[in-house]
Each structure stands twice: as structure tokens, then as C-alpha cells.
Write a protein that binds this ligand. Structure first.
Ligand SMILES: [Zn+2]
Length: 120
């Protein structure tokens, strides 16, 4: 279950992330992210985060701090690191393999994120 975003300490944050997202937004994005295939999750991260060490992330048109970004997706820094470790320099997409023991579903979800979350 997603935690409430009210638990994210963003009071001192320059971006005032919690003003940009409601708990309902958060629940929705978290649920859809968690339901997405493994490689789609990684591509999502890579498409939202230009560089591994950048402090600001972008969801929709909002800039978010790292903490809030990860909280919104209900993930830790682990998936972020994995995504960048296996990032293709040529295509900018995730080229690693799922270390977990399940198969990625057929590729019918290519429009998943843009359709569901209206990302930039
Ligand atoms: Zn913030």
C-alpha cells in the first residue's frame, strides 16, 4: 500500500512538491508504476531523470525533489541506481535484464505511461 505523501518531509523543499501532488495523484501514479512491467519502470525513471546525480525530477510538468519523486513512485534509490547502471548511452533506455524471477509481459504496453499519467 502506498504511504501517504503527507509523510514525506518536503517542508523545506524549494519546489514545494506536496503542493503539486495530492494524495490521490500519488496513489494513482504509485499504483500504475508498481503494476508496470519491470523494463517499463526503468524506462520511466530514465525518461524522467536526466542524470543520475541531478537533484530534481520531473513528473507531469512539475519539478520534484528526489525524495518526493521516489516517494511518488513508492520506490527507494535502488531502482534508480539499477536503471542508470543499465542505461544505454545510445538510446537512453533501459537495456538491463530483470533480475527478479518473472517474465516481462508481451509488449502491448508501450503507450502505458503517456496514456495513463499524461507525462511531459
Ligand atoms: Zn520536495
Amino acid at each position: 500500500m502506498p504511504k501517504s505523501l503527507k509523510n514525506v518531509d518536503c517542508n523545506k523543499c524549494f519546489f514545494k512538491c506536496s503542493n503539486s501532488f495530492t494524495d490521490e495523484d500519488h496513489q494513482q501514479i504509485c499504483k500504475e508504476y508498481q503494476a508496470a512491467p519491470y523494463d517499463r519502470q526503468k524506462d520511466f525513471i530514465l525518461s524522467r531523470v536526466p542524470q543520475c546525480n541531478i537533484e530534481r525530477r520531473r513528473i507531469r510538468n512539475e519539478l520534484l525533489c528526489n525524495k518526493f519523486f521516489l516517494s511518488t513512485l513508492c520506490v527507494s534509490n535502488g531502482p534508480l541506481k539499477t536503471a542508470f547502471t543499465h542505461k544505454s548511452e545510445a538510446s537512453g533506455t533501459f537495456v538491463g535484464t530483470d533480475q527478479r524471477d518473472h517474465k516481462t509481459p508481451p509488449n502491448k504496453t508501450s503507450e502505458y505511461w503517456t496514456a495513463k499519467i499524461r507525462l511531459t
